[in-house]
Structures are given as structure tokens and as C-alpha cells.
Design a protein around this ligand. Sequence first.
Ligand code: FES
Length: 960
Amino acid sequence: MNLDLLVNQTPCQHDVAPNVLLIDFLRDKLELTGTKWGCGSGMCGTCNVLVDGKTTKSCQILAVEADGSSITTIEGLATDVLHPIQAAFQENFAVQNGFSTPGLVMAAVELLNENPNPTEDEIKLWLRGNLSRESGYQPVVNAILDAADRISGTDNGHAPTPANGQGIGERVTPIKTKEILNGNAQYIADMTLPGMAHAAILQSPHGHAIIKNLDTSEAETMPGVIRVFTAKDTEQIMPMPVIWVPPYAESHFLPHPSGIVPGSHRVFATDRVRFAGDQLAAVVAETREQAYAALEKIKVDYEALPVVLDPEEALKDGAPLLHETAPNNRLIHAMFGDKEATEKAIADAEVVVEQRIYNQRMMQNTLEVRGALADYNAKTNQYTLWANTQIPYPHRLLISLYVLGIPYNNLRVIIPYMGESNGCKGNLYPDTPLVLWMAKQLGRPVKWVDTREGFARNTAQSRDQVQYGTIAGTKDGKISALMCRAYSNVGAYPVINAPGQPLPLIGKSITGAYVIPHPCYEVDVVYTNKVPTAPMRGSGRAEAIFFMERMIEMYAREIGMDPAEVRRINMVKPDQFPFDNGLGWTYDSGTYENLLNLVLEKAGYIDLAAMKLEASQRGKWLGMGIGSYVAAAGVGPSAKMGAEGLLSGTWGSAYIHVAPSGEVAITTGAQPHGQSQDTTFVQIAADTLQIPMEYITLKHSDTSNPIYYGQASYGSRSLSVEGAAVKQGCLAIIQKAREFAAYLFKMPIDLIEYKDGKVIGTPAPEQAVMPLQVVALMLWFGWDLPEGMAPGLETTAYFDPKNFNFPFGTHVAIVEVDQETYNVELKRYVAGNDYGVVVNPGVVDGQTYGNIVLGVGQALSEEGLYDPETGMVLTTDFDTYAIPRADWFPEIELIRTETPSPTNILGAKGAGDVSNPGVAPTIVNAIINALSEFDVKHIDMPVTPEKLWDIVHTHQFETV
Ligand code: FES
């Protein structure tokens, strides 16, 4: 059918099939890829465009329905100069990874056209159709308020505070966000190569079944199909490796042919599927639609087997056995702390409180699904892989060495713009090397981009731990012992770093911010027929802190003491650092009680009783909850990670090069995906080299960059480890510049100063002076160098911290539970955090907002659910898996203190995911406080209105 419309003010006629969606027409036919696909079901808003000025989800209408309309996409909003809304997003730090940004901006355009001066609440209601999972909503709301001022020319005080310079601690506007804002940033789904074919992968819908027969014959004859691959084609592809083998624990991994590492799943299941998502076959076709159409024609004859989904059930004799190598499905048994001493302290204690806590299965549900694009050059035997992974260098090593057995030097991995990870893109999945391998087999580029349902089945999920807790202490509030007996659900296979989460990250973190003389953590890590689990934002620390913060509340309730006071009594005091928590962590520095007091004061803790009374008169139960946390960050000290069993270094690295022009190029081992290293690392370099930021660029995300190996971004490590390497590299550049100047000026080195981007001979500062650019130029000439000095001004710096760093904080929430609907409303949220020395406050605030949104989701709505009979994943879209939306949140109030860490040259601590652990317990504690008249002991997450109704109506409070 002929389509006649105006797209971004340009007339456009196209012949289009009647079943083509508007989003596909825009992206595939017009190559306007700034419009993003996040769900296809109208739930996320990433595909928003304006149709005749109205915000429209382009995945929900056919292209033919837009015939005769005027369409504006993000690309048409502005050209060279950003639209005021785009500029406001940029300056309010509302972009981050940017995948949801175009949809949010387009929604904001219509809002401000209709309502030029909206209130904060009106903005949040308007944004109900948009999800912003990783970045949160507060910066977006701030940006829209600011944009309204810019467009109307009024000053209502919404403009962000500008940076007062470029150095450390300044709120410098993020660099490299313009191409995200104007829709030109290319994510994996936006990429094409000449001659590219498209892959679709068949997943098992069963949690556990024998594959009796697999028939691909009809699929092979479908239009456009190039090839169908199954397990019999891929026998030479090795299983996925596991690179974390704790030497101190009993473990039962699968073998791997390398004999060096254990193994995990293969690219295709052979005789049996073990989770709903196990891969069976792949179709490669000329188009994506053809590939998926052919996938439907593959016939699989399954014989369903009993499933086991619960880790405690899986350990029982007679439970379905997943792997012969793991009797009773036990992958790992481990213990931290002295069990005997802990049990004795519990037996001797005046007060003992016990509780079973289930930290539910979470789904990472990034708005951008996973994908890969691969190319193979037969003439040079070179492989190139584009993938949205957090770990490009580990992909290069693991795929070449342990999966495909190809030369490391012949594989290049490139990461395009990446839309969120939440941790799930920090693994190696079978689909990725499969795409690379298929590109070689077919001699043409192959691209695979997952579906939303596929993502729910094949991408690692997280948390899912049952904890039996015992806390013991005195009647006057001194904790003496804490026991956590845990059962962790690892799913059907261990991902590359599976042991990290249930072992050290939870096990060593359960004491939180407190001095507990006798702590112990014992865990079984258990196979089940669920999707594999892996670290998720807040990883391990989230499960541990939720446990601790619930147990301390129950202890306070038992002894009838103010929970804030119990925290004060037991918190680690400033003079106790470095503090050994008895489980293996040595905390670096902190002022925990001070931050607790600041947050309580701001939240009006003292007025709680009056607030409760006032709310009850309005038909609400009001509660205030506290959540204090300490979170290991800055992964990590290589020696300590090695002792944990990680088969990898974890140092930071930076290559720094000062060109003869004076421009500085830094290559980092970090892998930005929303953390703004493009800005913060440049700030560090500009601050150290004392030159303008405009002279400095950051390179990353390509293994052909001039750096030996990049350890990537995860575990809140980028700033304090990789950023510290940048700082060290800049200091090495300065040192070489000074040595060269000492030689030229014929002065001792201690008389050469580096200041304002120049080397200065202090005895004759007017004559003996050279800008860094001139130093670089003369070193490039190399005409006259001191004995032994190499030409050029470049260095590679490594930083391996001696210890982790330990950011901390206290959050307080005020909630109201409606006495009729049992709906929970978040009235205030005050978050106090200490990330050590902060390079860019706007960046860390952005991280904090995202962590709070995720934590609120875990507390109130999110849970990955399975059919108990078949093991099918039930929560496969944003209808069935509820992610918080903008109107759930009040204005988030932030407090920040700065306690430098002694573990690195910047004094920085991690910030990327560390504030998440404080959030869920804060919310749950607040809800339980709201229901204080019912004497509720504990509620498992997510705390839904249905659960609250049950509690109030059954009055079975102690057993909930
Ligand atoms: S992709 Fe259209 S709403 Fe999610």
C-alpha cells in the first residue's frame, strides 16, 4: 500500500505492506533508528514518536494508520543545536545510558506543548507510559521542569547549578550525550553491515524435558532461510566456561574440555533441556521476520520431566537431579565465620529472634534486550564481534580460549552504545559465540537481537535466596551474634561468575554497618530448573543488607527499643577503622552514625507519632522505615579476588598519550554503559594535568584500542579502580615531563615544578617554562633526549588496590498504606550516602536515583514467576513484571557526606550500585512500621496490596 506522509518535515512516499508496524517502517525503511524498541507491547515508551503532535507508541500502530500524518521522531526535533528539552536533559544528567531517552524526550515535547508550565506531579503522571529503569525518574522530571522554564523564558528556579570549573568535585555536564539526544547513537539493534543475515534462536518453553526428536525440515524450506543449526552442527563448540571456583568450598561443577576451568551449558541442548530458555536451534535468514517465521516451523517432541524450582526442595533425596556431577543438586557448600562460636553465643544470649526471609527472584529486564552482530573475514581469518556486553575484553579471551578455540589475536570485540545492563550483560551467554561461529560458517555477517520474551528466558536473573536468620543479643540492645543459613538458587547452570554472588558478596556482607562479635553465614548453592542467576545491580550486598536490616528491626521490636537507637548502639564507630567484620571484609573508613542522624533529622523522625496520628485520620496507616548499609565496592584487589577463586585479575588500567599537538587521549579498561566515565575520567585527567577538558578524550569499548587488557565496569569499580589508574597515568606523564624539563633546563628535578599545565624551572620561572604541548612536541622530535629516555609522551598505568572500598549510607522512607485499598504510597524518601571523594556529584546522584527505583521495585512489585508444574517463565513482559513508574515516587531527597577511602589515590568509593542494598529494607521496614498496630514481624517481598490485605484480615502476623 502506498504511504504518503511527512516525516520530520520531509515529504515521504513509500510502498509498505499492510502489516508493517510504524516503528519498523521508521527504523528499517527510513533508517530513523533513534526510535527504540523496548517491549513491543506498549508498556515502555522507548518507541514514542509524535503523530500530528500527539505522543504515539510506534510499536502499537501500523504504518498505514499513519498515512497522511505528520510524524516527528527524535531525529527531527533539532539539528545542530539541541532543542531546549534535549539541552535540559543533558544539563540535568537525565541521559545516562540513553536507551529510554528519545522516548522520554518525545513525551516531554507533547506535554510542554499542551501544558507549558506543568507541576512535578503532572509531569510524573504524564510519564506513566515511559519506563526509565536504570536511571530513575527524578533527573527526567528536573529536566522537564527546567525545559519548561527555557521554552517559556521564565525563571522558576529549575535551572541546574552550573559547574564551577572542571576539576574533581564539579558538576560538569556529561560529555558525549549529544548523539544520544539527537538519536544518532547506535545501539546493537541499530547496526547493519552489508550482506548481513539475521538469526533467531529457538528456546525451550519447558523447564525440564527430554528432547525426543527435533525436526527442522520444514523450517529449512521457509522463504529466506539460509541455514538452520542444531546441536549436531555445533559439537566442536565448547561449553561456556566458569571462571569463579572458590578454593575454600566444596563444589560440584561440570567439566570443561580445556581442563583448566569448569564448564556450563553448551550453545544448544543435546538430549535434555534443563530450564525454560535452554537453546535448541538457530535459524539464519535474509530478514529477521523470515528467521522468526521459520523458527515457528521447527518441531520438537519433548517428554516432560518433573521440575524442581525451590533450592530447599532440590536438595532433598528423590528430587529431580539436574546434573550427575552434583549429588542432590548441590553445586557449592560454603561457610564464612565460626559456626560453633556463633551457636554458643546464640545459646548464651538473653534475646534470640529467628526468621525465615525469602529474597525473591528478580529479573534484570533492561529496556534494551541483548544482541550480537558478527563478521568473519576469511582472507585474514579475522573475527569481529559487536555485542552489548559489559565485558568486552573477557569476551575476547573467553570466546577465543574456552569456547571457539580461535586465536585471541584474531578476535576483535566492539561495544556500541549500550542501553542498560543492571549486571545481566556482565556474563558470557551461549548465543554470543554462536552468532560469531555462524558468521564464519555462512561467510557473511550475522545479527541476532533478542525478543522481550526471549530475554526473560535466556538472560540471567538474580537474587533468589532463602535465608534462615537468627539474631541474638542483650535486652538493652547490644547484638552478640548473627547466623544466616542460606539456600541460593543458581538455576540450571552456573554462569561465568555464579559463585560470586551467593558466596563472598552475600556471605561476607551480612553484618552490614554493625559490630557483631559472632557472625556466621552458611550456604548451599543449588541447581534448579530455573533460568541461571548472576549478579544484578546491588549484587549480593542487596540480599545481605536486606537480611541484616530486617533482623535488626525484629530484634529492636523484640526488646521494645527504638530501631534507630539499636543501630546507633551497634554501628561501627569512626575510631574502629580499619574494621574487621569477622567474615572477611575489612571496612576502610566511615562515619555511619553521623549519616544516620543526619537522615533521621531531615526525615523528621522525632515527629513520627504525630505523623501517624494525622495520617490515620485520613484513613492511612503511616510508617517510617530505616535502612543502613555498608557495601563492598571497588572490585578489586586482584590477590583477594584470586583467593576468592576468581580466575582473572581485577586491576585497573589506563593508556595515556599526549600527542605532539598537546591533545590527550586516554584509553581506559572501564566499559561505560551509563556511568559517564567519558566525563569523570576526563575530569580526573584535566584536574591532574591542569589543562582544559576540551583537550582530552576518552577511548573505550573496543579491544583494538591501545591497552593491554580492560577489566571492564562492574561491582562499582570504575571510578575507584580504573579512574585511579587514570590518575596514576597522568602523574607518570607529569613525572616524565619534569624529568625532560630538568634535562633541558639543566636543573635538578626537585627544582622543576608542574603547574597550570606547564613545567617550570623554579629558579627562573620566566625563562625556564614549557607548556605540556611543547614538552610532548619536543619528546616527539626526540632530537635531544636524556640518556635512556624514550621519545614520545605516553604511559600505561595499572592500579591494583590493596583492599576493597566500603561506601555506606542510611535511607529513610515514609509510606502510607491505604486502609481500604492496601495500596502503599511512598510519601518521602531521604537517602544519605557516602561514596568517599566524588568526582562529579551529578553523576553519582544519577546513579543513586536509579538504585532507588530498582530497590523500590524489589520491595513493592517485582518478582520473576514460574509455572510450578512445567517451570515455564510466567513473567515474560512488562505487563506481568511490574517495574516502578514515575508517579510512584515523591521527590527524592539526597544527603551526601564524603569520607575519603584510604584504599586509592582519589579517596573515592564505589557509587554505581552500592546504594541499592539500602532501599528495599527501608521500604519494607516502613510498611511494617505502618502496620505496627497489627504487630507484624516480617513480610516477604514484593509487598503487594494482596499480601497486606491478607495480613490485616487473617491476623496471622507471626507466621507471615
Ligand atoms: S517498544 Fe513500544 S512501548 Fe515498548
